[in-house]
Design a protein around this ligand. Structure first.
Ligand code: ATP
Length: 250
């Protein structure tokens, strides 16, 4: 995906938020957008997601399936969590049973029957994350995804991000709290003074000097009835687990 000479302002009389931005994002990239408050991080994320249109310049080769989780999920909607997520799955032609799988993964199965407007801030935020992840995004855009998350989900989210990247997806996110610092291979793009430029990884990042421990993929065949329990146990131990489509359909 290539961003060329991108410029954007919200209204004709407004100052430019971004001007002449060039950026290349490759499959498997995980890119953190950094910058001070008001620098234009959310604006750039919305442009990348295709929710805003550049005033000048182009965004080419955007992947087909885009998942976007906003900084603040609009919870004032007349749905239950399950109703909303199933509806989103329907729009995206996803097996609705994937809703339960993501709900479990994000620790929100107990919320499926709750009404969206009644959710706490953190729970509403999880619904925003779930709808972005449901579609199996090739481009995943997350605006402050760690904000307000409980400890278990804060630990799980980098694993999920790693899985999306591992299967060739591109992940772009803002992360004020620094939860992704130390993520191996993390690229960083700084937004400020209307420009966006690649900057070196922060001091906590392992970068190239300290390669991540070698990993291997182990395929395990297990009866469908035991799959979820085993997957949960392996995830608790910190492993990345991906289940086959057959299990999603169980
Ligand atoms: N809908 C909008 N209409 C007009 N101006 C906007 C709109 N949204 C954002 N802006 C302006 O665009 C600029 C960039 O805002 P943006 O939200 O992208 O910054 P940010 O880096 O994400 O900030 P923060 O770190 O506080 O979330 C700011 O000056 C903001 O006031």
């Amino acid at each position: 995906m290539r961003v060329s000479n991108l410029s954007f302002r919200y209204r004709r009389q407004d100052p430019w938020v971004l001007s002449d931005v060039d950026l290349t994002l490759a499959p498997g990239d995980v890119v953190e957008i950094v910058g001070r408050n008001g620098a234009g991080k959310s604006t750039l994320l919305r442009l990348l997601a295709g929710l805003l249109t550049p005033v000048d310049g182009v965004i080419a080769d955007r992947p087909r399936v885009v998942g976007y989780a906003p900084e603040r999920f609009p919870a004032e909607q007349p749905f239950t969590v399950a109703g909303y997520l199933r509806h989103m799955a329907g729009i995206r032609r996803i097996d609705p049973r994937a809703v339960e799988i993501w709900a479990e993964r994000l620790g929100m199965e107990h919320l499926l029957g709750h009404r969206l407007p009644d959710l706490s801030k953190g729970s509403a935020h999880k619904v925003g994350l779930a709808q972005a992840l449901l579609c199996g995004p090739e481009l995943l855009i997350l605006d402050e995804p760690f904000a307000g998350l409980d400890a278990a989900t804060r630990t799980e989210l980098p694993v999920i991000i790693g899985e999306v990247a591992e299967r060739g997806g591109t992940v772009v996110l803002s992360d004020h709290q620094g939860d992704l610092r130390g993520f191996s291979g993390l690229r960083r793009v700084e937004v400020g003074e209307t420009t966006a430029r690649e900057v070196a990884p922060g001091p906590d990042d392992p970068g190239e000097a300290e390669p991540a421990e070698r990993v291997t993929i182990l395929e395990v065949t297990v009866t469908a009835s035991r799959a979820r329990e085993l997957a949960a146990r392996l995830r608790e131990e910190g492993h990345t687990v991906r289940m086959s489509e057959a299990e999603v359909a169980e």
